[in-house]
Design a protein around this ligand. Sequence first.
Ligand code: NAP
Length: 228
Amino acid sequence: MSTYLITGIGRGIGQELARALLMRGERVIGTLRDLGWASPEWKKFTADGRLKLIALDVRDEASIVEAASQLDEPIDVLINNAGLIGPKRQSTLDMDFEGFLEVLRVNTLGPLRITQAFLSHLRQSKAAKIVTISSRMGSLSHAKSDRIAYRASKAAVNKVMQGLATDLQPEGIIAISVHPGWVRTDMGGSDADISVEESAAGLIRLIDGLTLKETGGFFDWNGDRLSF
Ligand SMILES: NC(=O)c1ccc[n+]([C@@H]2O[C@H](COP(=O)([O-])OP(=O)(O)OC[C@H]3O[C@@H](n4cnc5c(N)ncnc54)[C@H](OP(=O)(O)O)[C@@H]3O)[C@@H](O)[C@H]2O)c1
Protein backbone atom coordinates (compact mmCIF):
# COMPACT_ATOMS: atom_id res chain seq x y z
CA MET A 1 0.00 0.00 0.00
CA SER A 2 1.36 3.41 -1.02
CA THR A 3 0.32 6.87 0.14
CA TYR A 4 -0.82 9.42 -2.45
CA LEU A 5 -1.33 13.11 -1.79
CA ILE A 6 -3.76 14.51 -4.38
CA THR A 7 -4.81 18.17 -4.57
CA GLY A 8 -8.40 19.00 -5.49
CA ILE A 9 -10.34 15.77 -4.97
CA GLY A 10 -13.76 17.45 -4.79
CA ARG A 11 -14.56 16.90 -8.47
CA GLY A 12 -13.19 16.07 -11.90
CA ILE A 13 -9.97 14.16 -12.52
CA GLY A 14 -8.75 14.54 -8.93
CA GLN A 15 -11.90 12.95 -7.54
CA GLU A 16 -11.64 9.98 -9.90
CA LEU A 17 -7.91 9.50 -9.23
CA ALA A 18 -8.66 9.36 -5.49
CA ARG A 19 -11.61 6.98 -5.98
CA ALA A 20 -9.67 4.59 -8.26
CA LEU A 21 -6.64 4.49 -5.95
CA LEU A 22 -8.79 3.89 -2.86
CA MET A 23 -10.67 1.12 -4.69
CA ARG A 24 -7.41 -0.73 -5.33
CA GLY A 25 -6.39 -0.45 -1.68
CA GLU A 26 -4.05 2.55 -1.56
CA ARG A 27 -3.96 5.32 1.06
CA VAL A 28 -4.98 8.80 -0.10
CA ILE A 29 -4.50 12.19 1.48
CA GLY A 30 -6.89 14.37 -0.47
CA THR A 31 -7.16 18.14 -0.38
CA LEU A 32 -10.32 20.19 -0.64
CA ARG A 33 -10.71 23.92 -0.35
CA ASP A 34 -13.76 23.37 1.82
CA LEU A 35 -14.13 20.14 3.79
CA GLY A 36 -17.90 20.72 3.73
CA TRP A 37 -17.84 19.70 0.04
CA ALA A 38 -16.51 16.22 0.78
CA SER A 39 -18.44 13.57 -1.19
CA PRO A 40 -20.56 11.17 0.94
CA GLU A 41 -18.69 8.41 -0.95
CA TRP A 42 -15.56 9.28 1.03
CA LYS A 43 -17.12 8.31 4.38
CA LYS A 44 -16.31 4.60 4.15
CA PHE A 45 -12.71 5.36 3.29
CA THR A 46 -12.21 7.93 6.04
CA ALA A 47 -13.79 5.43 8.44
CA ASP A 48 -11.29 2.67 7.54
CA GLY A 49 -8.42 5.16 7.88
CA ARG A 50 -7.26 5.00 4.26
CA LEU A 51 -8.48 8.48 3.32
CA LYS A 52 -7.44 11.62 5.11
CA LEU A 53 -9.07 14.87 4.00
CA ILE A 54 -7.23 18.11 4.49
CA ALA A 55 -8.40 21.67 3.89
CA LEU A 56 -6.07 23.59 1.67
CA ASP A 57 -6.07 26.26 -1.04
CA VAL A 58 -3.06 25.94 -3.33
CA ARG A 59 -2.80 29.77 -3.48
CA ASP A 60 -2.57 30.11 0.27
CA GLU A 61 0.88 29.52 1.74
CA ALA A 62 -0.46 29.57 5.33
CA SER A 63 -3.06 26.83 4.70
CA ILE A 64 -0.44 24.69 2.94
CA VAL A 65 2.18 25.06 5.68
CA GLU A 66 -0.45 24.37 8.34
CA ALA A 67 -1.60 21.19 6.53
CA ALA A 68 1.97 19.97 6.06
CA SER A 69 2.86 20.59 9.71
CA GLN A 70 -0.07 18.44 10.85
CA LEU A 71 1.01 15.48 8.75
CA ASP A 72 3.62 13.14 10.12
CA GLU A 73 3.93 10.28 7.63
CA PRO A 74 5.72 9.47 4.38
CA ILE A 75 4.12 10.38 1.03
CA ASP A 76 5.04 8.13 -1.89
CA VAL A 77 3.27 9.98 -4.69
CA LEU A 78 2.27 13.63 -4.87
CA ILE A 79 -0.26 14.42 -7.61
CA ASN A 80 -0.62 18.15 -8.22
CA ASN A 81 -4.06 18.08 -9.82
CA ALA A 82 -5.80 21.30 -8.72
CA GLY A 83 -6.08 23.70 -11.62
CA LEU A 84 -7.95 26.62 -13.09
CA ILE A 85 -8.82 27.48 -16.70
CA GLY A 86 -8.54 31.19 -15.98
CA PRO A 87 -10.44 34.36 -16.86
CA LYS A 88 -12.92 34.90 -19.70
CA ARG A 89 -10.75 37.58 -21.27
CA GLN A 90 -7.39 35.93 -21.88
CA SER A 91 -6.23 36.79 -25.36
CA THR A 92 -2.90 38.47 -26.09
CA LEU A 93 -4.90 41.42 -27.49
CA ASP A 94 -7.37 41.69 -24.60
CA MET A 95 -6.08 40.37 -21.27
CA ASP A 96 -7.62 40.31 -17.81
CA PHE A 97 -4.26 40.72 -16.06
CA GLU A 98 -5.56 39.99 -12.56
CA GLY A 99 -7.12 36.79 -13.94
CA PHE A 100 -3.81 35.92 -15.59
CA LEU A 101 -2.03 36.32 -12.24
CA GLU A 102 -4.67 34.15 -10.57
CA VAL A 103 -4.18 31.29 -13.05
CA LEU A 104 -0.41 31.50 -12.56
CA ARG A 105 -0.92 31.39 -8.78
CA VAL A 106 -2.99 28.22 -9.02
CA ASN A 107 -1.47 26.32 -11.96
CA THR A 108 2.21 27.28 -11.74
CA LEU A 109 3.03 28.44 -8.22
CA GLY A 110 0.54 26.05 -6.57
CA PRO A 111 2.33 22.81 -7.55
CA LEU A 112 5.69 24.25 -6.46
CA ARG A 113 4.34 25.53 -3.13
CA ILE A 114 2.77 22.12 -2.45
CA THR A 115 5.94 20.26 -3.45
CA GLN A 116 8.14 22.41 -1.22
CA ALA A 117 5.77 22.12 1.74
CA PHE A 118 5.51 18.32 1.51
CA LEU A 119 9.08 17.58 0.41
CA SER A 120 10.07 16.29 3.85
CA HIS A 121 7.20 13.76 3.64
CA LEU A 122 8.26 12.71 0.13
CA ARG A 123 11.85 12.29 1.34
CA GLN A 124 10.60 9.71 3.88
CA SER A 125 9.41 7.48 0.99
CA LYS A 126 11.75 4.89 -0.53
CA ALA A 127 10.66 5.80 -4.08
CA ALA A 128 8.92 9.17 -4.21
CA LYS A 129 7.20 10.51 -7.32
CA ILE A 130 5.90 14.01 -8.02
CA VAL A 131 3.36 14.24 -10.82
CA THR A 132 1.86 17.51 -11.98
CA ILE A 133 -1.24 17.48 -14.14
CA SER A 134 -0.30 19.94 -16.85
CA SER A 135 -1.77 20.24 -20.34
CA ARG A 136 -0.79 19.88 -23.97
CA MET A 137 -2.16 23.41 -24.27
CA GLY A 138 1.10 24.52 -22.63
CA SER A 139 3.25 22.90 -25.29
CA LEU A 140 5.63 25.38 -26.91
CA SER A 141 5.46 23.46 -30.19
CA HIS A 142 1.85 24.60 -30.81
CA ALA A 143 1.26 28.16 -31.97
CA LYS A 144 -2.40 28.27 -30.92
CA SER A 145 -3.25 31.42 -28.97
CA ASP A 146 -6.68 30.89 -27.40
CA ARG A 147 -6.67 30.83 -23.58
CA ILE A 148 -3.13 32.14 -23.55
CA ALA A 149 -3.02 32.68 -19.78
CA TYR A 150 -3.87 29.02 -19.17
CA ARG A 151 -1.39 27.91 -21.85
CA ALA A 152 1.38 30.07 -20.34
CA SER A 153 0.66 28.75 -16.83
CA LYS A 154 1.01 25.14 -18.01
CA ALA A 155 4.14 25.88 -20.07
CA ALA A 156 5.63 27.49 -16.97
CA VAL A 157 4.72 24.61 -14.66
CA ASN A 158 6.36 22.20 -17.11
CA LYS A 159 9.58 24.18 -16.74
CA VAL A 160 9.21 24.19 -12.95
CA MET A 161 8.74 20.40 -12.97
CA GLN A 162 11.78 19.92 -15.21
CA GLY A 163 13.81 22.01 -12.76
CA LEU A 164 12.49 20.04 -9.79
CA ALA A 165 13.45 16.82 -11.56
CA THR A 166 17.02 18.09 -12.00
CA ASP A 167 17.27 19.21 -8.38
CA LEU A 168 15.74 16.04 -6.88
CA GLN A 169 17.33 13.43 -9.15
CA PRO A 170 20.35 12.97 -6.81
CA GLU A 171 17.88 11.95 -4.09
CA GLY A 172 16.11 9.47 -6.38
CA ILE A 173 12.87 11.49 -6.41
CA ILE A 174 11.03 11.45 -9.76
CA ALA A 175 9.24 14.56 -11.06
CA ILE A 176 7.18 14.68 -14.27
CA SER A 177 4.37 16.61 -15.99
CA VAL A 178 1.41 14.85 -17.59
CA HIS A 179 -1.38 15.76 -19.98
CA PRO A 180 -4.52 13.97 -18.75
CA GLY A 181 -6.24 13.92 -22.15
CA TRP A 182 -9.20 16.10 -23.08
CA VAL A 183 -11.47 14.96 -20.29
CA ARG A 184 -15.21 15.37 -19.64
CA THR A 185 -15.13 17.48 -16.47
CA ASP A 186 -16.35 20.97 -15.53
CA MET A 187 -13.15 22.25 -17.14
CA GLY A 188 -13.04 19.96 -20.18
CA GLY A 189 -16.77 20.20 -20.95
CA SER A 190 -19.19 17.53 -22.12
CA ASP A 191 -17.78 17.32 -25.68
CA ALA A 192 -14.33 16.20 -24.50
CA ASP A 193 -12.73 13.00 -25.80
CA ILE A 194 -12.49 10.79 -22.74
CA SER A 195 -14.16 10.08 -19.40
CA VAL A 196 -12.57 10.74 -16.01
CA GLU A 197 -12.36 6.96 -15.55
CA GLU A 198 -10.31 6.51 -18.75
CA SER A 199 -8.03 9.42 -17.89
CA ALA A 200 -7.44 8.34 -14.29
CA ALA A 201 -6.78 4.71 -15.30
CA GLY A 202 -4.17 5.84 -17.85
CA LEU A 203 -2.55 8.26 -15.42
CA ILE A 204 -2.32 5.61 -12.69
CA ARG A 205 -0.77 3.11 -15.14
CA LEU A 206 1.79 5.74 -16.13
CA ILE A 207 2.57 6.66 -12.50
CA ASP A 208 2.92 2.98 -11.50
CA GLY A 209 5.56 2.41 -14.17
CA LEU A 210 7.66 5.55 -13.61
CA THR A 211 11.39 5.16 -13.07
CA LEU A 212 14.19 7.70 -12.80
CA LYS A 213 14.66 7.29 -16.56
CA GLU A 214 11.43 9.25 -17.06
CA THR A 215 12.19 12.04 -14.60
CA GLY A 216 11.97 15.54 -16.04
CA GLY A 217 9.68 14.37 -18.85
CA PHE A 218 6.25 15.39 -20.13
CA PHE A 219 3.84 12.54 -20.88
CA ASP A 220 0.38 11.94 -22.29
CA TRP A 221 -2.22 10.12 -20.15
CA ASN A 222 -1.63 6.97 -22.21
CA GLY A 223 2.11 7.00 -21.46
CA ASP A 224 3.43 8.56 -24.69
CA ARG A 225 6.25 11.08 -24.28
CA LEU A 226 5.29 14.62 -25.37
CA SER A 227 7.51 17.48 -26.49
CA PHE A 228 7.50 20.50 -24.18
N1 NAP B 1 -10.40 18.38 -18.23
C1 NAP B 1 -9.48 18.47 -19.19
O1 NAP B 1 -9.76 18.22 -20.39
C2 NAP B 1 -8.05 18.82 -18.87
C3 NAP B 1 -7.13 18.85 -19.93
C4 NAP B 1 -5.80 19.17 -19.64
C5 NAP B 1 -5.42 19.43 -18.34
N2 NAP B 1 -6.34 19.40 -17.33
C6 NAP B 1 -5.85 19.67 -15.97
O2 NAP B 1 -6.28 18.64 -15.10
C7 NAP B 1 -6.43 19.14 -13.76
C8 NAP B 1 -7.83 18.79 -13.23
O3 NAP B 1 -8.78 19.36 -14.12
P1 NAP B 1 -10.33 18.98 -14.12
O4 NAP B 1 -10.73 18.87 -15.53
O5 NAP B 1 -10.61 17.89 -13.17
O6 NAP B 1 -10.91 20.38 -13.57
P2 NAP B 1 -12.18 20.73 -12.67
O7 NAP B 1 -13.23 19.70 -12.83
O8 NAP B 1 -12.47 22.16 -13.01
O9 NAP B 1 -11.60 20.62 -11.18
C9 NAP B 1 -10.59 21.49 -10.76
C10 NAP B 1 -10.12 21.07 -9.38
O10 NAP B 1 -9.11 21.98 -8.96
C11 NAP B 1 -9.44 22.49 -7.67
N3 NAP B 1 -8.94 23.84 -7.47
C12 NAP B 1 -9.09 24.92 -8.28
N4 NAP B 1 -8.51 26.00 -7.72
C13 NAP B 1 -7.98 25.59 -6.54
C14 NAP B 1 -7.26 26.23 -5.50
N5 NAP B 1 -6.96 27.53 -5.54
N6 NAP B 1 -6.86 25.49 -4.43
C15 NAP B 1 -7.16 24.17 -4.35
N7 NAP B 1 -7.87 23.51 -5.29
C16 NAP B 1 -8.26 24.21 -6.37
C17 NAP B 1 -10.97 22.50 -7.69
O11 NAP B 1 -11.45 22.60 -6.37
P3 NAP B 1 -12.89 23.30 -6.05
O12 NAP B 1 -13.91 22.22 -6.27
O13 NAP B 1 -12.74 23.75 -4.65
O14 NAP B 1 -13.05 24.44 -7.03
C18 NAP B 1 -11.25 21.15 -8.35
O15 NAP B 1 -11.09 20.10 -7.42
C19 NAP B 1 -6.19 20.66 -13.86
O16 NAP B 1 -4.87 20.94 -13.48
C20 NAP B 1 -6.39 20.95 -15.34
O17 NAP B 1 -5.69 22.10 -15.76
C21 NAP B 1 -7.65 19.11 -17.56
